[in-house]
Design a protein. Structure first.
Length: 255
């Protein structure tokens, strides 16, 4: 087989793997996604705030909902210096900080989160100290926690937190991304390591499904959901300015 033919087929295989995972999530996590969207709608209707957090590549789906055209203006990123994003130098620092005990407590103590708010904690493995303690400490403060993780890791890996627990053990709602351990969908003779991760595709889709559900739930209650429009369409900036002004006390990424 020519190299180009093999490469084309690998592309097709990745798409099929990602589509298969998305179907699993749609069919098996639908009720929990609906519950998560309803919880966010409840919080918005009650005047609360919504934040999302993830470390390393798990921060990408969290960031994908913040200041996003077609998304809710009140979605905020809980930023932890050194772990949110992939521009950390050295890159290995982010992974090291995920395992530091006590960091989550310091972050929450200095954040804008309050009792009655919602925090979405995203962690593929759910085994490191930072996401576990983030969920534990948030709930102790009266904050509702939605955990987005791969439950498969709890059966095939050991927890790294001293409690012996995982993220899923400290959430009000758990959304299972169904990503297999190792986060790589393809293998090929001659390549020793599995490759082609799909967690960002699937986890981002879950986050957007939750936000869409929340928007629809608000509309059903007669509440105009605070949605943003693209700044690249006529009138978009004016629309967004009005929404951000109306919800200024719940939007923190402008400060």
């Amino acid at each position: 087989m020519a190299e180009s033919d093999r490469s084309d087929r690998l592309g097709d295989q990745f798409f099929e793997a990602a589509i298969g995972l998305l179907r699993q999530v749609r069919d098996q996590e639908g009720d929990r996604i609906a519950a998560a969207g309803q919880l966010i709608a409840d919080t918005v209707a009650a005047g609360g705030r919504v934040f999302s957090f993830g470390a390393g590549h798990s921060s990408l789906p969290a960031q994908d909902t913040v200041y996003r055209a077609g998304g809710l203006a009140i979605m905020n990123l809980l930023s932890v210096p050194g772990v949110v994003g992939v521009d950390v130098r050295p890159a290995t620092l982010g992974s090291a900080l995920e395992r530091v005990d006590g960091l989550a407590g310091a972050v929450l103590d200095t954040s804008a989160l309050e009792a009655g708010d919602v925090l979405v904690v995203i962690s593929l493995s759910g085994r490191n100290a930072l996401p576990v303690e983030m969920a534990m400490n948030a709930r102790a403060l009266g904050i509702k926690v939605i955990g987005l993780t791969s439950v498969a890791y709890t059966a095939e890996t050991k927890p790294r937190h001293a409690s012996g627990t995982y993220l899923k053990d400290h959430c009000d709602i758990v959304l299972d991304s169904r990503i297999p351990v190792g986060d790589a969908e393809l293998t090929l003779p001659g390549i020793e390591a599995p490759f082609a991760p799909a967690s960002t595709v699937v986890t981002s889709a879950i986050m957007q499904a939750v936000v869409a559900t929340a928007a629809g739930e608000l509309a059903e209650r007669g509440i105009d959901p605070p949605l943003l429009r693209s700044g690249n369409v006529d009138g978009g900036h004016e629309w967004n300015g009005r929404v951000m002004s109306e919800y200024a006390d719940r939007i923190f990424y402008r400060q």
